[in-house]
Structure formats: structure tokens, C-alpha cells
Design a protein around this ligand. Structure first.
Ligand code: GDP
Ligand code: CA
Length: 315
């Protein structure tokens, strides 16, 4: 059996620990197609936050408390950069994490595509699932905001990390999406999938940029594999992060049903066949989609694996 998971950063990473455990039980193979819309260049280095969250988490090296970066991190370089007032001072890069960005940037500069770089980095971390960037091409989420000088587009990281989403916001734009192609292996994985799981990741800035890669959405909607999504919203609130702010920008309701409807039923141009919601959201109605309620708190690997089992039962 082959399971494909569409994933963002921390929500995707946690969910994948459960998918990996489930896959080990049943002898399945897992491919994660990961968002690159958050990617940015900081201090000359290419940062891939979602790929790294997944890689570090599955590699057992993530800082669980902070939710991003390495456990046992030190910050000497950040302090030195701050002493130079080197911009952006609002984006923290840990010393250990920097080694990853140095390797990635060197390989990209040498001409390797991001997918090959990711494979090389994973040789160290052994995540136990195949990690693929959604695309090797530049696809960056930008955010159109209102400033005193009128409308301006800023990088997603500036909106998220510097402004905490607390700035009048018009819309998200996936720069480069039109010309992007799925990374090598992505379409094959979707074509050979027995099931596609949409992780409980941010639907607006983690999953939407993946689906914005031309050809990828069609492979999903036109494929033989059932597509099952897991709600990132429990009881009307994101468990962590700012999905509520992102949903408000696009005028979608911040609820399990609201996100289910945003994805929509596969047979009507959407992506979902099934939608898993938390028990507190039992009764959520998504027309055209089979909805089931089960505990969706990813408190540990056992609970997350149980979620995955429930998702598989929806197929
Ligand atoms: P990011 O790229 O690091 O922001 O991570 P993702 O987009 O992959 O995941 C962020 C989303 O994960 C948030 O919108 C949360 O709603 C969701 N999330 C985090 N923890 C949990 C959990 O325990 N259960 C569920 N259902 N969703 C969660
Ligand atoms: Ca992210």
C-alpha cells in the first residue's frame, strides 16, 4: 500500500509521525508532499521551514516546545548578526539549524534541485517517509497588506513572524505558482497512491500553495485514490498557530465544517472524499463529503496513530 500525505510544517510533521507508525504496522510506504510557499532567503541562505519541520520532527531532532527548529539549539550566530544589526533581525536562525541551510544553499548553488537536496539532507535524518517538496521551482507565498503608503506585498514570513498576522490584510498570492511544475516523483506518487491524506495543516498557507502547483491538483482530483482530510480546526479554533487569521483573510469560516467546505467535495471540483473532524465538532456538515468525528488532538504518537487509523477507515 502506498500512502501520500499533503503536509505543511508542524501540523503536517506531527501527523506524519502517526502515519509512519501506522505504515509500519501495515507495511505501507509513505510519501509526504510538502509545502514550499514559506521558503525564503535569509542572510543569503535558503530556508525551507516546512520541509525542515517535517525532517527534524520525523528525525527525532525537533524542538517540540518551540514548534520549529532543532532541540538543544544555541543562538551564537543570531546574537552576532544582531550586533551588526543585520536584517532581518526578526527571523531567528539557530546555530544547528544554520548548518542545514548552509548545506541546502551550497547544493542549490551547485545546481541541484530542491528535491535532490532534500533527499541528501534526509540521508542524515532518516525520516522513514519519502519527503518531496511540492515543486522544485520558486513558489513563494506573499501577502498583500495595507500600509500608510497604500497596498504592498510582503513575504509570508514577514507577515507571519514579524507582524504576527496583525496588519490589515487583503489576500495571499502564490508567486511563481503559474509557472511551477510538480517536483520529480510527485505526480508518480499521486498516480500510484492507494490513499491521499490531507494533513491537519493550515489550509490557506500550507495546503493551498501545494494545490496551486499546476497539474498537482488534477492528479489528486482525477486519481483513483480516495482523498481524506483531517481538520486542523477543533471547536472553532486552530490548536496552535494562526489559521484563524488566514481563514479570515480569505473569508472562510474558522470551523471544522468551514475548512471542509473550503476544500470541497472531489466530485464537484474540490479535493475531498472524506473529512475527519474532532468529536467536539460531531455533526459538522460538508455537503458531498463523508464526515466522521474522532479525537483529533495530536498529543502523542499513539493518539496520532489512532487518528490515522480512523482516517483510513473512511476510505
Ligand atoms: P506550519 O506550517 O508550521 O504552520 O504547520 P502546518 O500548516 O502543517 O500546521 C499548522 C496547523 O496545525 C494549525 O493550523 C493547527 O490548527 C494544526 N494543528 C496543530 N496541532 C494540532 C492537533 O493536535 N490537532 C489538529 N487537528 N490540528 C492541529
Ligand atoms: Ca509553514
Amino acid at each position: 500500500m502506498h500512502i501520500v500525505v499533503l503536509a505543511g510544517g508542524i501540523g503536517g510533521a506531527r501527523f506524519l509521525t502517526g502515519v509512519r507508525a501506522y505504515a509500519r504496522e501495515v507495511g505501507a510506504e509513505v510519501t509526504a508532499v510538502v509545502n514550499v510557499g514559506d521558503d525564503a532567503i535569509m542572510h543569503g541562505l535558503r530556508i525551507s521551514p516546512d520541509l525542515d519541520s517535517v525532517m527534524y520532527t520525523l528525525g527525532g531532532a525537533a524542538d517540540a516546545e518551540r514548534g520549529w527548529g532543532r532541540a538543544g539549539e544555541t543562538w551564537a550566530v543570531r546574537q552576532e548578526l544582531a550586533a551588526y544589526d543585520a536584517q532581518p533581525t526578526w527571523f531567528g536562525l539557530g546555530d544547528k539549524d544554520l548548518a542545514t541551510h548552509l548545506v541546502r544553499t551550497n547544493m542549490l548553488n551547485a545546481g541541484y534541485p530542491l528535491s535532490a537536496v532534500t533527499e541528501a539532507l534526509c540521508a542524515r535524518w532518516q525520516p522513514g517517509v519519502r519527503l518531496l517538496p511540492a515543486t522544485d521551482d520558486r513558489l513563494e507565498t506573499h501577502v498583500v497588506v495595507e500600509t500608510d503608503e497604500g497596498q504592498r506585498a510582503i513575504h509570508f514570513q514577514e507577515w507571519w513572524v514579524r507582524h504576527r498576522g496583525d496588519i490589515p490584510t487583503r489576500r495571499f498570492v502564490f508567486v511563481g505558482a503559474d509557472a511551477a511544475t510538480p517536483a520529480p516523483g510527485v505526480l508518480d506518487a499521486l498516480g500510484n497512491a492507494d490513499v491521499v491524506l490531507v494533513a491537519p495543516s493550515n489550509p490557506v498557507v500550507s495546503i493551498a500553495p501545494i494545490l496551486a502547483v499546476p497539474g498537482l491538483r488534477a492528479a489528486l482530483t482525477g486519481g483513483r485514490a480516495p482523498v481524506i482530510g483531517i481538520s486542523p480546526i477543533i471547536g472553532g479554533a486552530p490548536v496552535r498557530g494562526m489559521a484563524d487569521k488566514c481563514l479570515a483573510v480569505i473569508g472562510a469560516e474558522c470551523s471544522a465544517a468551514g475548512v471542509g467546505r473550503l476544500y470541497g467535495p472531489r466530485r464537484e471540483g474540490g479535493v475531498l472524499d472524506g473529512w475527519l473532524v474532532d468529536t467536539s465538532d460531531d455533526g459538522a456538515d460538508v455537503p458531498g463529503v463523508t464526515v466522521r468525528a474522532t479525537p483529533l488532538w495530536m498529543s502523542d504518537e499513539v493518539a496520532t496513530t489512532a487518528m490515522v487509523r480512523d482516517a483510513m477507515e473512511l476510505t
